[in-house]
Design a protein around this ligand. Structure first.
Ligand code: SF4
Length: 364
């Protein structure tokens, strides 16, 4: 069997220099190649016109250059764009471009499916297929940026949120490497302050982010402030309970100085009572944070409903009375199943159809 050529995008600068040396080429070519890959987002060797045709030919012989392809694109009534990206192994992953008040947010995925089984989540129903590689995470940003230019004549994205398919902290190395590429000099150079990683609350991962002193933002999909309710909708809470989560978030803030965002999807009669607001306020006392209240997208087969406006405003007022910063976020792209974690529709099988959503996503 013929051995597969290595993916050139997985080779660092030192590795490229070694290969170029063997080829009798100058080491500075390594920088040029990486610039083509990460700044100019070349998807073929032929695009790398600052390299000789001979070198490009040898690169083609030695390496492969996989890149995500836009396979499906849907635009919602509110101009949200959902994209199905085709991966090298022919599987599909989804990302969303959200225009809002003149700002453009890319919501990207970190895993193909998810293993965590949250009760309200479309992605959960897929199970985990595999982690995305860092170049596959990077490509979603590069392609959503291109779509932003083509559809909205906007050169750069305003925000990048890891809130799509998957739990980013269960794919730690690839996620961090992709973020380094978005923010590094070699890539498009986004400021870390424009990037938000959203987690359901994996404590070891949060502590690791703190120890790594990351500069990007952290959002927690909280959705309930008692262990009983939270474990009902987020099974991983049983091993990562609220007490431990609160401690890890305090640790994160102490190490990074970053204010944490708590995402809270309001479900009628489940987590929107005055006593829920009181418990949430108590949880928030442990570290500086802001709260995003998000309308729930009903899920077929799940017993939860969307809180009405009166209950939503009451909840917000109760939190504000306790001096907390609270925003009510609007779901975007619901008509194309791009809102609040409805990301699974390009994978739908008969019997799996549902308006399910991952609370806390696509709400910027
Ligand atoms: S909500 Fe997030 S962590 Fe939970 S199953 Fe869905 S993608 Fe996974």
């Amino acid at each position: 069997m013929q051995k597969e050529k290595p993916n050139i995008r997985t080779i660092d600068e030192a590795g490229l220099k070694d290969w170029l040396k063997v080829q009798g080429e100058k080491p500075f070519r390594a920088k040029q190649i990486r610039e083509w890959l990460w700044k100019k987002h070349a998807t073929t060797f032929d695009e790398m016109t600052s390299l000789s045709i001979d070198l490009r030919t040898r690169m083609k012989e030695h390496f492969r250059l996989p890149a995500l392809q836009v396979s499906q694109l849907q635009k919602s009534r509110d101009n949200t764009i959902k994209v199905g990206f085709r991966l090298e192994d022919n599987l599909l992953v989804e990302g969303v471009l959200i225009p809002s008040a003149g700002r453009y947010t890319a919501c990207i995925s970190s895993q193909l499916g998810c293993a965590l089984g949250c009760r309200f989540c479309a992605t959960a129903r897929l199970g985990l297929n595999r982690n995305l590689h860092f170049d596959e995470i990077f490509d979603q940003v590069a392609l959503l940026e291109k779509i932003c230019r083509e559809h909205y004549q906007q050169e750069k994205l305003d925000n990048i949120v890891l809130m799509g398919m998957g739990e980013p902290l269960q794919n730690y190395e690839n996620v961090i490497k992709a973020i380094e590429l978005f923010t590094g000099k070699e890539g498009p150079g986004y400021s870390p302050s424009r990037i938000t990683l959203s987690t359901v609350g994996i404590i070891k991962g949060i502590e690791r982010l703190a120890d790594d002193k990351v500069k990007f933002n952290l959002a927690i999909s909280l959705h309930a402030a008692t262990d009983e309710k939270r474990s009902e909708i987020i099974p991983v809470n049983r091993k990562n309970n609220l007490e431990a989560l609160g401690r890890s978030l305090k640790y994160f803030h102490d190490k990074t100085g970053t204010r944490i965002t708590l995402e809270y999807v309001l479900m009628d009669g489940f987590n929107d009572h005055p006593e829920d607001a009181a418990k949430l306020a108590l949880f928030c006392k442990q570290f500086p944070c802001k709260i995003n209240l998000i309308p729930y997208n009903p899920v077929e087969g799940a017993p939860y409903k969307t809180s009405d406006e009166i209950r939503t405003l009451r909840f917000k007022t109760l939190l504000e009375k306790r001096n907390l910063v609270v925003n009510i976020r609007q779901s975007r792209g619901a008509d194309i199943e791009a809102a609040c974690g409805q990301l699974a529709s390009t994978h739908k099988k008969p019997g799996l159809r549902g308006k399910s959503g991952r609370p806390g996503t696509k709400t910027t």
